[in-house]
Write a protein that binds this ligand. Sequence first.
Ligand SMILES: Cc1cc2nc3c(=O)[nH]c(=O)nc-3n(C[C@H](O)[C@H](O)[C@H](O)COP(=O)(O)OP(=O)(O)OC[C@H]3O[C@@H](n4cnc5c(N)ncnc54)[C@H](O)[C@@H]3O)c2cc1C
Ligand code: FES
Length: 244
Amino acid sequence: MAGKIEVAAAQVASNVRVAEGIFLLKLRGDYSAAPGQFYMLRAWDRNPLLSRPLSVFNLDGDGISFLYAVRGRGTGLLSRLSPGNEIGITGPLGNGWPRRDGRIALVGGGLGIAPLFYAAGVFSGSDAYLGYPDEPYLVDEFARVAARVMVSSDTGAGGTKGFITDIFDPDGYDACYACSPRPMLAALDRICSRAGVPLFVSLEERMACGVGACLGCAVRTVHGYARVCRDGPIFPSSEVMWNG
Ligand SMILES: Cc1cc2nc3c(=O)[nH]c(=O)nc-3n(C[C@H](O)[C@H](O)[C@H](O)COP(=O)(O)OP(=O)(O)OC[C@H]3O[C@@H](n4cnc5c(N)ncnc54)[C@H](O)[C@@H]3O)c2cc1C
Ligand code: FES
């Protein structure tokens, strides 16, 4: 895990719409995070009550960025931020992707591409498989950091028409890191276990405290319940109970 957890006021450098309902928020300053970690963000006073978790999309000399979809009130308020606005952030949180030698495949579905971009930059030589519901976005940016980029879209608006799991072949990879809605992760679990390739998945659960205190984000694993915020969000796929 990178860095000690800090609660800070952060200044918005930019907040750009990259696709319909999808924004890239950049905060100025000096932050730390390992690929796969997340921060809790808060751009409001009391409503909503809780801060919202977002994966680190990228970290560079100028600041930290987050890629997010507008879903409800919290992300709706984030989407209205302008350069110079201040927000509260807490992090870095969670465990991050494991460090593995060899060829890594990064597989993301929808907003699941968010925790993979920074990983592609840090784990050099890895390939990115990006599955979009419709028009792809940020593909050129991924192409600058990943060894190869493969794209699919459900509608055929870009890349191969269909799911990214239709074109992902785990053969030849030493590990696969994935983030997406749960049904796609369960499909990847079957694909990777058949091929004998270790799969690590980033799980998303609704979060309250974000630091392991409330058990609100518990998921079932072969070792019993685990907290996504503290024990994850990244888990070996072989430890996740995919049926419950
Ligand atoms: C560790 C972690 C990392 C995340 N990283 C990202 C990211 O990089 N980019 C991104 O866009 N989103 C990410 N999310 C999801 C994001 O936190 C939620 O979309 C956000 O909290 C919704 O807040 P809201 O107030 O806008 O919506 P709400 O009003 O709280 O909810 C709107 C709708 O979204 C659903 N929802 C809310 N939170 C989740 C969730 N965690 N999983 C599934 N459905 C949910 C609700 O059930 C509801 O239907 C992450 C979640 C976790 C746990
Ligand atoms: S959100 Fe409170 S324990 Fe995870």
